[in-house]
Design a protein around this ligand. Structure first.
Ligand code: TPP
Ligand code: MG
Length: 660
């Protein structure tokens, strides 16, 4: 079915009408962008996008990313009009209301047709880069028959102005992601007014400099849009399509101005727009002929989907491919055996080194694992032998040199995870998690399985000094809902936490790892994965218990030394290792109370902020932490300077015992 250009106008106006009426009903929302991009989106969906509304998760569909997430009504309109099961017209009527899947910004957990959650400007495009990387990798692994699709992005001035845009497009240009096409809503308006207020950049020149193909079109001329999109799709480079548009197009009194960006048009202007567009239908009604055109267009995708399913059915790798896309882990018995073997050894290694050893075991078993680092491979120890570099010449490679682009890396990893078939992990220094923090938050919000290998996790990194020494980071990452933060104490806990991170299929995980060596603390076989409960009793009091020492990561060994000193004075002390705070908090109250009993002095030891620890040790507990920035010196000198040695901690515990 091919739609004549005369049909496209009314189809685009259906988007405009739904948008202005939904925003008006909610008395909140952003009409400008969907009304301005309605024509471009109609051409994209009718002439280029490969999709099947009956199968929103069909693995070989094209990905459509609305990076300008404030224009969510564009996506909701398109999904409804083309015949996705959701959103329904009732959902659209309830735009921005509690429990409507038509939330203020698109949320992947609310709608099957929303590939990712967008709203923080710039990140949708950066996630799309990850999706395009995932497509190339899986194409290299499974061939054109099973994986051959494109990634289309609608981005606004804001998405292009954000700093992450530079990271994302230089990475995409370098990796020659020719199947990535960005449709730029070049309306020259942002909230504060004309873009001339804030920028004088030659944006196309910047894209060209990054190795992109750039083409422009009149975003309200269907034939011109089609020409530009055809050129973009044909070009082997990633493409920027600069669509010159008028924000709020169709609203006669408001189009072209910044006030139409994020406020309802108002009843009068809505009425005037109906007249201007010749749109006579009442709110939330799409005339049958226009709806039929949209639905016919949606139904068109079933054929391509059916052909793909036939190819999958004929493939000897069908089951493997489907399991991979579903995110199933292959059997990990060999890893369990290997890790159990470590119990009999005595490894004094940094936990970053233990992580590398774990990766050497895991990556050959789990082909979905794609590693990388933001230019700190030799420090993060993220590269295992099974993972060769991912390059334009070899997209089958499983190791991504992200360059010094932490935020871009984190967003790309979100895109890869959301694409499906990939379990991305990537490294940087823990202190630079701040650079990618919003993408980590977005991973949690989107329930994406992304694993962050964050090394040099305390003052223990030593001589680089306070700029490189995390103090507040571990605790502040624990505050992000849905983000698992693991801080393993030794080689055994590191292996356990890697397994837990992999098994955390619906959320991101942090592995906070030391630069400095730590002793192996566990040697007992058959105990199972003790880290799975978040915290566990590592050592029992010998003498009558007076103290419980709670510690994480490299400080667990210190806690054991403190315990030995206390026991030497006849004071019984337990040591609780707490590799995963939130997991521990999710345990039954009886389990927590058994580990942290009332009536006993509880002491927390962590080389980071004391903030928050009172929740575990109580107001009468003792918190040994660091509430200032670090300093530049060898690690041992810093542990002494900041009072984190047994010699400095024991007197404080004794003093606290006297007052309890
Ligand atoms: C990271 C981030 N910063 C700020 C905002 C708030 N915000 C939403 S839309 C917008 C203006 C975006 O301008 P543009 O992309 O040109 O959208 P248009 O006004 O053309 O629809 C801003 C600042 C945001 N959503 N994300
Ligand atoms: Mg704009």
């Amino acid at each position: 079915m091919s739609l004549s250009t005369t049909k496209l106008g009314p189809m685009a106006n259906a988007i405009r009408a739904l948008t202005m009426d939904a925003v008006q009903a909610a008395n909140s929302g952003h009409p400008g962008m969907p009304m301005g991009m309605a024509d471009v989106a109609t051409v994209l969906f009718s002439r280029f996008l490969k999709f099947d509304p009956a199968a929103p998760k069909w693995p070989d569909r094209d990905r459509f990313i609305l990076s300008a997430g404030h224009g969510s009504m564009l996506l909701y309109s398109l999904l409804h009009l083309t015949g996705y099961a959701a959103p329904s017209m009732d959902d659209i009527r309830r735009f921005r209301q509690l429990h409507s899947p038509c939330a203020g910004h698109p949320e992947n957990t609310e709608l099957a047709g929303a590939e990712c959650t967008t709203g923080p400007l710039g990140q949708g495009l950066a996630m799309a880069v990850g999706m395009a990387m995932a497509e190339r990798h899986l194409n290299a692994a499974y061939g054109d028959d099973l994986v051959s699709h494109r990634t289309f992005v609608v981005a606004g001035d804001g998405c292009l102005m954000e700093g992450i845009n530079h990271e994302a497009i230089t990475l995409a240009g370098h990796l020659k992601l020719g199947r990535l096409n960005v449709l730029w809503d070049d309306n020259r308006i942002t909230i504060d007014g004309d873009t001339s207020v804030t920028t004088s950049e030659d944006t196309p020149a910047r894209y060209r400099a990054a190795g992109w193909h750039v083409v422009a079109c009149d975003g309200h001329d269907f034939a011109d849009i089609e020409r530009a999109l055809a050129e973009a799709v044909a070009d082997p480079r990633p493409s920027l399509v600069a669509c010159r548009t008028i924000i709020g197009k169709g609203a006669p009194g408001k189009q072209g101005g910044h006030n139409v960006h994020g406020s309802p048009l108002g009843a009068e202007e809505v009425a005037a727009t109906r007249v201007a567009l010749g749109w006579e239908a009442p709110p939330f009604v799409v005339p049958a002929a226009i709806l039929a055109d949209w639905r016919g267009l949606g139904a068109k995708g079933a054929a391509a989907h059916a052909e793909w399913r036939a190819r999958l059915a004929a493939s000897p790798r069908a089951a493997e491919f489907s399991a991979r896309i579903a995110g199933d882990l292959p059997p990990l018995a060999a890893a369990h055996t290997a890790f159990a073997g470590w119990l009999t050894g005595d490894h004094k290694v940094a936990t970053r080194k233990a992580s590398e050893m774990a990766l050497e075991v895991l990556t050959p078993l789990v082909p979905a694992m794609i590693g990388g680092s933001a230019d700190l491979t030799g420090s993060n120890l993220t590269r295992a032998k099974a993972t060769t570099p991912f390059t334009p010449a070899d997209y089958a490679g499983r190791y991504i040199h992200y360059g010094i682009r932490e935020f871009g890396m984190a967003a790309a990893m979100n895109g890869m995870a959301l694409h499906g078939g990939i379990i991305p992990y990537g490294g940087t220094f823990l202190v630079f998690s701040d650079y990618m923090r919003n993408a980590m938050r977005m991973a949690a919000l989107q329930r994406a399985r992304v694993i962050y290998v964050l090394t040099h996790d305390s003052i223990g990194q030593g001589e680089d000094g306070p700029t490189h020494q995390p103090v507040e980071h571990v605790m502040s990452l624990r505050m992000i809902p849905g983000l698992e933060v693991f801080r393993p104490a030794d080689i055994i806990e590191t292996a356990e936490c890697w397994l837990l991170a992999l098994e955390n299929a619906h959320g991101p995980s942090v592995l906070a790892l030391t630069r400095q060596n730590v002793p192996q603390l566990r040697h007992t076989p058959g105990e199972g994965n003790l880290s799975a409960r978040g915290g566990y009793r590592l050592a029992n009091a010998g003498a009558a218990r007076r103290v419980v020492l709670v510690a994480t990561g490299s400080e667990v060994a210190i806690a054991l030394a403190v315990r030995a000193a206390l026991e030497g004075q006849g004071l019984g002390a337990d040591v609780v290792s707490l590799p995963a705070w939130r997991r521990f908090m999710a345990q039954p109250a009886a389990y927590r109370a058994d580990l942290l009993p009332a009536g006993v002095l509880k002491v927390a030891i962590e080389a980071g902020t004391s903030f928050g620890w009172a929740e575990l040790v109580g107001q009468d507990g003792l918190v040994i932490g660091i509430d200032s920035f670090g300093a530049s010196a060898p690690a041992e000198a810093l542990y002494d300077h900041f009072g984190l040695t047994p010699a400095k901690i024991v007197p404080r515990v004794l003093a606290a015992l006297e007052t309890t």
